[in-house]
Design a protein around this ligand. Sequence first.
Ligand SMILES: Cc1cc2nc3c(=O)[nH]c(=O)nc-3n(C[C@H](O)[C@H](O)[C@H](O)COP(=O)(O)OP(=O)(O)OC[C@H]3O[C@@H](n4cnc5c(N)ncnc54)[C@H](O)[C@@H]3O)c2cc1C
Length: 462
Amino acid sequence: MMTGDQYRDSLQDGRAIYFEGKRIDDLPSHPIFGVCVDNVAAGYDRMYSPEPDAISPIMGVPKSAEELRSRIPLLHEAGMLAHVTYTSIMTLITAAGRLADANPDYIIRIGDFVDDMQKRDLRITQCITDAKGDRSRPPKLQDDPDAYVRVVDRSADGVVIRGAKLHITAAILGHELLTIPTKAMKADEQMYSIGCSVPVNAEGVKIVNTSYAPRHHDPRDFPVSGTSHVPEGFVIFDDVFVPNERIFLDGETTYAAVFAHSLGLWERLGGLSGMADEADVMVGLAQLIAEANGLAGVSHIKEKISEMIIHAALIRASLEAAVSNCQSGPEGAVFPDELYTNAGKYHGAANYNSMVRHLHDIAGGSVLTAPAISDLENSETGPLIRKYMATMDGVDGEYRTRLFHAIRDLTADAYGGWKAVTNIQAGGGLFAQRIVTRRHYDMDNAKRKALASAGLSEDDVH
Ligand SMILES: Cc1cc2nc3c(=O)[nH]c(=O)nc-3n(C[C@H](O)[C@H](O)[C@H](O)COP(=O)(O)OP(=O)(O)OC[C@H]3O[C@@H](n4cnc5c(N)ncnc54)[C@H](O)[C@@H]3O)c2cc1C
């Protein structure tokens, strides 16, 4: 396994990465992304074992509902890069089980790749979402044929790919870019049916980053995102060679959607588990600020918090249902239940804005205007801010100010905006979750029950 320092060194590999117009030559010491590297390095150190055959706990495959359940808090603690690595491995293992008829070599290569990643303790990010061009047209009919990643050349040793994958979480922090088709492909779209893994520093890979990291000199005013943020990468494959051993699908169009469907399940389980914790945090903040404002006993405030609690409880319940109804696949690996994972993720994302609305409604305008920690520390302003931000004996002005900072950072600033869009789009968007939920729902059972309630039987259906 790698230590944090070895991880830092592993990033000095000539990767072509950019931020706001400039190339980043030294990622670990970058003023914004250095903290991301530090967080990942700390995770490596926390999980490090000197045993020669040790495998990181985030890279092992869960074999029971209990293992699946216990992995969730571990991943939350380990952070986003660990989460996307785990979901990449689980995606490949899920896909391998579904590729049996495509080409046995792919299954062997996937197995070898996962072993290699586990042995070298490398981190993998997920490149699925293509540039896509005109959304109403398939890849083959785009004005620019590179709107979806495709094979542009091939030799006996491998293929050359071209295209771009957008919004790739933590891409520059990892080592490998798991690159898979974003959707099903038609029979004549072989060149777009490419699944493979590409090292971040491969020749021709360029990654342009965006970040919701607060641009503020004092991270204390951003208790949620100030020292914990992750960039998204615009990953460009500008004619990148991929050797055969790293190709997991090449031209078999009927299997193009296997990877994205496999990933969707794991990505949405991750989203659901994140939303379950986040919903508890939002309920807690609503209750704390209501108490600090002296309004915790007022009926309309209690009703809003009750609605928030119901939302939080339903998200937690669907997560638990997804885990406890998991199914077993090849070699004993378990997979969360599709129906509860997708329905829960959809419900959490679709109703997130009402959680934010209630929290803002309960908290008041200081969500946006509470002075900074440095104003509290200023001897001229600090005592006066403390005096006027305090509300009663036992509710200190600094304490209440800090609660407002947390609410602003979580819901009303750069990270809050990022979160609002991410809840809707990440894991494939609300529409994708609706489709999968519908596909896995037992409609025949529902119809039978409906007929029985009407005093009818299936024989009565015309
Ligand atoms: C913060 C963040 C992190 C992300 N991380 C990753 C990541 O790590 N890896 C990755 O691969 N992706 C990632 N994504 C991408 C995410 O999966 C996509 O944003 C999502 O799938 C939607 O794709 P899009 O952004 O291209 O929007 P669009 O595809 O343009 O969708 C916009 C709307 O149009 C609808 N639509 C699109 N095409 C059609 C059509 N043909 N017919 C009908 N309706 C259509 C969609 O349903 C949606 O309502 C991330 C996104 C965000 C915001």
